[in-house]
Design a protein. Structure first.
Length: 300
């Protein structure tokens, strides 16, 4: 699946974009923005690209541009592949990355959210994560390590990013019978934004996702497996402060997963590669093409 695969009903699009369903129908009828596909039962089905187009239309209208003029602007912008400011000037991804980092530094939460909305107005959630969110968070992490960013600044900004990505993930997950992947962080791991990014990739590849988030003990994995019957479990470990404890946890996670395939990723995962293999798990590739092939092989 990609940005041109029909996947969202109109109510889900309204929730994701903040544009009422009546307005979406009016924009389609009057301006052809966008022109969603139809299911066999005549329901509108929107793509990721359609959602990006609607976000951009809404951003233009919010600045006072009339819908008819906004529609003309959109037609001239199509094909550029770059986010634009409300004034219409091209804004490269690096500019959005810097805006988000500055938002963390100033604790400008509205500014962070606006930058994310601007990025999403011209791209898919997956591409926004890879090209804007992940680079911004790497810079934020570097600033924190240098002491240039406080815990309060990092937590406040991260909560905004987490909220936006979490909402995108909920609305991006395809319906059954798509295979199910369970996502969770190690019991001692509290950094879960990277796992949300993986979730966005998974949904773009056609998988349903159950996101359990940070600090998930093995028993919770077992309970979730019994209820949801996932095809694959993906665990994340970003910082490993106690390698010996992590090795014990791996054994517990392996028992919890039983015959369900499981994999582990994150910056600290490579240090546990031999233990993961010994316990019957798989080390997630850092190359997205290889990772997709691995997920397809394990889950399907």
């Amino acid at each position: 699946m990609d940005g041109v695969s029909p996947r969202y009903r109109i109510q889900a699009v309204a929730e994701r974009t903040g544009v009422p369903t009546a307005t979406l129908r009016a924009w389609e009828r009057r301006y052809g923005v966008p022109e969603p596909a139809r299911s066999v039962t005549r329901y509108r089905l929107y793509t990721d690209d359609d959602v990006a187009l609607i976000r951009r239309m809404a951003a233009l209208c919010a600045t006072g541009v009339r819908p008819a003029e906004a529609a003309v602007t959109l037609r001239t912008e199509r094909g550029r592949g770059m986010p634009t400011t409300s004034e219409g000037a091209t804004l490269p991804q690096d500019g959005l990355v810097d805006r988000i980092v500055h938002g963390f530094l100033r604790m400008d939460l509205d500014g962070i959210r606006a930058s994310l909305d601007l990025a999403l107005s011209s791209s898919t959630p997956m591409r926004t994560y890879d090209g804007v969110v992940a680079p911004a968070l790497r810079k934020v992490g570097d600033l924190w390590k240098k002491g240039a960013l406080s815990i309060a600044q990092e937590h406040a900004g991260s909560n905004v990013v987490r909220d936006v990505l979490g909402a995108l993930l909920r609305h991006s997950t395809p319906p059954p019978p798509a295979p199910f992947v369970l996502l969770a962080c190690f019991d001692q791991e509290q950094h879960d934004i990277g796992l949300l990014g993986l979730g966005l990739h998974l949904t773009s590849w056609g998988y349903r996702v159950l996101f359990l988030g940070a600090r998930v003990p093995p028993k919770a994995i077992r309970d979730a497996i019994e209820v949801e019957k996932p095809a694959l479990v993906a665990l994340s470990l970003v910082i490993d402060e106690n390698p010996e404890e992590s090795k014990k946890l791996l054994a517990a996670y392996a028992r919890a997963c039983d015959d369900v395939p499981w994999m582990i990723g994150g910056p600290a995962a490579a240090d546990l590669a031999s233990t993961v293999k010994k316990r019957g798990g798989h080390l997630a590739s850092t190359d997205m093409n290889e990772l997709r092939a691995m997920v397809d092989r394990l889950a399907r």
